[in-house]
Ligand binder design. Structure first.
Ligand SMILES: C[S@@+](CC[C@H](N)C(=O)[O-])C[C@H]1O[C@@H](n2cnc3c(N)ncnc32)[C@H](O)[C@@H]1O
Length: 516
């Protein structure tokens, strides 16, 4: 059976293909009209119906580039290439005819083979642009060179760009790389340009209204009740603003009475925790106290818990999905990381698992959906996240077409984690552990805080560090390393927490804050 006949057969057996194609055409129309948000919505609907259509991914990659989200365009460009590679494999394998998606039609000028190659080159080209937009110049150069290799191989593919432009792009990326090296030195810049890009994130993507609702009366009242109860009315949640965040309403905690030094304000078990496995810690609460150590009984699973209760909580929450899965490559990435933000790689494993168990988008997880997402014009894009995302999806068995787990969800979760987790490094400065909380994550930073956190069995205790007066904001320090000088702390707060701290120790360094 030739390909055209196989496609015709496939179309008959899968009526949803027609539906996904109509979303593709509507998306294309929206692109022509410059309505990129509509195009995003149409392509996404199409992908949900038929995730094997490489053209949908490729077109959505362009939409993301037009919308100014290169961090999202990369994944779609790569999905295009992967689905096409699957397509090529099936094409050669007569027996798997039914898997071939009928997405490309031969035209007068181009055969289906040529169309596939054209699409592959287009996706690679978009990947190059996206990587360069993120300033990942080492990756962009590599990707550009790969594309240029296809020039001779696919000479008659009739690609929708000029090969000379690709050559100019390559030269431009190499020039930018050299400029970076001249500025800060070869070793440091090549590491940055290989692993750390940057993108702008303003808290949410336009199609996601969750952040606007985080300070709704309903959310506020609900949290208030919980905090009053947990703190025996010593603390309450308040709405407030920070000068640098303009009119945005944020949350903070305030003392409702005098709280003496050393007094426990409340205790909270982490919602979830992650650790780099450098030190032995409980997978659920990060405690190092293993008097009643409990190892997951399933053979092949090596996860450890400080006691059976932590195991049971973890099991219900996420472990029934993660049990026995091999996440060691992600752990290795974290161990090689230089800051505690490397631990962010581990959160999506558990948050995606919870989303899967509850059958919801992980951004709708009740316990953390109110957390403020980190926003900044310089959010670090760790290139390793692309790998982590694919790995998590594959290991948890989440299909790529389930867009409740789309890459923008992954990015939004990482930004929520980055601004809200509490943890530390090891004495050798390797990322060690961090946890996320429903209430503790509402406490604001102060370089001279009046509260501290202490791990007490499976709970974390919020304690007064000095006498707190009624009406005082309850604060913690987000950068608690005693060895750190004021300048470094000020810089860390800005780079890793997005905070331009104006306390008397930091203020002198504020105008020196730059990325490099
Ligand atoms: C852990 S949350 C604290 C609760 C947060 N205010 C909220 O509304 O959910 C951290 C975020 O609070 C804000 N924040 C905390 N302390 C701050 C400070 N001293 N100056 C400016 N922003 C601060 C920053 O936006 C930071 O990303």
């Amino acid at each position: 059976m030739d390909l055209e006949s196989r496609i015709a057969l496939f179309s008959q057996t899968l009526p949803q293909t027609t539906e996904s194609l109509s979303h593709r055409y509507r998306g294309n129309k929206a692109m022509e009209n410059g309505d990129y948000n509509k195009a995003y919505a149409e392509y996404s609907k199409g992908i949900t119906i038929n995730p094997h259509d490489p053209a949908l991914w490729c077109n959505r990659a362009l939409t993301f580039l037009k919308l100014g989200y290169p961090e999202l365009a990369i994944v779609d460009a790569q999905r295009t290439i992967n689905t096409l590679d699957e397509f090529f494999r099936d094409y050669k394998n007569e027996n798997s005819a039914m898997r071939i998606p009928p997405i490309l039609k031969a035209s007068e000028k181009l055969s289906i083979d040529q169309k596939m190659i054209q699409l592959k080159c287009k996706a690679k080209y978009r990947e190059c642009l996206a990587l360069a937009n993120l300033e990942l110049y080492v990756c962009a150069t590599r990707s550009c060179k790969d594309l240029l290799k296809w020039k001779d191989l696919y000479a008659d593919a009739n690609v929708p760009f000029n090969w000379n432009d690709v050559q100019s792009l390559l030269e431009n990326f190499e020039k930018k790389f050299d400029e970076g090296c001249a500025r800060i030195g070869y070793d440091r810049y090549s590491e940055l340009a290989e692993n750390y890009g940057k993108y702008k994130f303003n808290g949410s993507y336009p199609w996601d209204s969750r952040q606007q609702n985080r300070a709704s009366d309903e959310t506020f009242d609900n949290l208030q009740q919980q905090i009053l109860q947990a703190s025996y009315s010593q603390a309450k949640i308040v709405k407030m603003t920070f000068e640098e965040s303009g009119e945005e309403i944020q949350y903070g905690l305030e003392a409702q009475c005098i709280i003496p030094k050393h007094k426990v304000i409340f205790e909270e078990a982490p919602f979830i925790s992650v650790n780099s496995k450098i030190n032995e810690r409980c997978d659920y609460c990060n405690s190092e106290d293993f008097l009643l150590k409990y190892i997951c009984p399933k053979s092949g699973c090596k996860e450890i818990f400080c006691n059976v209760n932590c195991y049971k909580r973890a099991y219900e929450l996420y472990h029934k999905v993660t049990c026995g899965k091999d996440f060691s490559e992600i752990v290795e990435i974290v161990q090689n990381g230089v800051s505690t933000s490397a631990l962010t790689h581990l959160y999506p494993i558990k948050l995606f698992a919870i989303g899967k168990i509850r059958d919801i988008c992980p951004l709708d997880i009740d316990e953390i959906k109110h957390l403020r997402r980190w926003e900044h014009e310089y959010v670090t894009f760790q290139a390793t996240m692309l790998y982590v995302y694919d790995k998590v999806m594959a290991l948890l068995g989440i299909p790529i077409g389930d867009l409740r787990f789309d890459f923008w969800v992954f990015i939004s979760l990482c930004c929520a984690m980055q601004g809200n987790v509490f943890g530390d490094k090891t004495v050798n400065s390797v990322p060690d552990y961090s946890s996320i909380f429903t209430w503790i994550s509402l406490i604001n930073h102060d370089c001279n805080p009046n509260a501290i956190l202490e791990i007490n069995e499976s709970k974390w205790q919020l304690k007064a560090n000095k006498k707190i007066r009624k009406g005082d904001a309850i604060t913690l320090t987000y950068v608690g390393y005693t060895w750190m000088n004021n300048k470094d702390r000020c810089r860390m707060l800005y780079l890793f927490r997005g905070i331009k701290c104006k306390c008397e120790n930091c203020i002198v360094y504020l105008d020196q804050l730059t990325r490099n």
